[in-house]
Design a protein around this ligand. Structure first.
Ligand SMILES: [Zn+2]
Ligand SMILES: [Zn+2]
Length: 163
């Protein structure tokens, strides 16, 4: 996938791709924290960078996954929200919510991912998955007047909460 360096980074950091995840995808730098690694993996899913996804996935946890499988089009990701994160010397975690559209409904993937640092390289190991939520059940938590997480620019109640 062609993605210009000046475009906003797909990880929703608010920075340009160039000054965010691109330096990791292009091996110019290594993520300093597991949050940076997690963000760069989220953008790698969107940009279908299978090689990066494989190399940042701990070999003991990734099973038989191939670069080809990891390069396939992922879900229709809309937004990323980091809820909590900690990077210690050798281990770390990131709790996040990633929003995606499925059959016209906004859904959220809520995960607490575990990472280890091996030879200065953060690697994704595994995660705990929280039950998925659909637009309808998010209403109470999300405030109907809040901006919709699908990034339409509309209020939640006028957008995905309608489903
Ligand atoms: Zn980024
Ligand atoms: Zn929406």
């Amino acid at each position: 996938m062609n993605y210009s360096d000046e475009n906003p980074c797909p990880c929703k950091s608010g920075k340009s791709y160039q000054s965010c995840c691109a330096v990791f995808h292009q091996s110019q730098q290594k993520p300093a924290t597991c949050e940076q690694l997690m963000r760069s993996r989220y953008s790698a899913f969107i940009l279908q960078r299978g090689e990066y996804l494989l190399n940042s996935y701990h070999p003991d946890f990734r099973g038989d996954l191939t670069i080809k499988q990891l390069s396939e089009k992922s879900l229709d990701w809309k937004n990323l929200q980091i809820i909590d994160s900690e990077s210690l010397d050798k281990t770390g975690f990131v709790e996040f919510k990633a929003w995606f559209m499925c059959d016209g409904q906004l859904e959220v993937h809520h995960e607490r991912s575990n990472f280890v640092k091996d030879h200065d390289q953060w690697l994704y190991c595994d995660g705990i998955f929280y039950p998925s939520e659909k637009s309808g059940t998010m209403v109470s938590k999300l405030g109907r007047n809040d901006p919709c997480p699908c990034e339409s620019g509309k209020k939640f109640k006028k957008c995905c909460a309608k489903n």
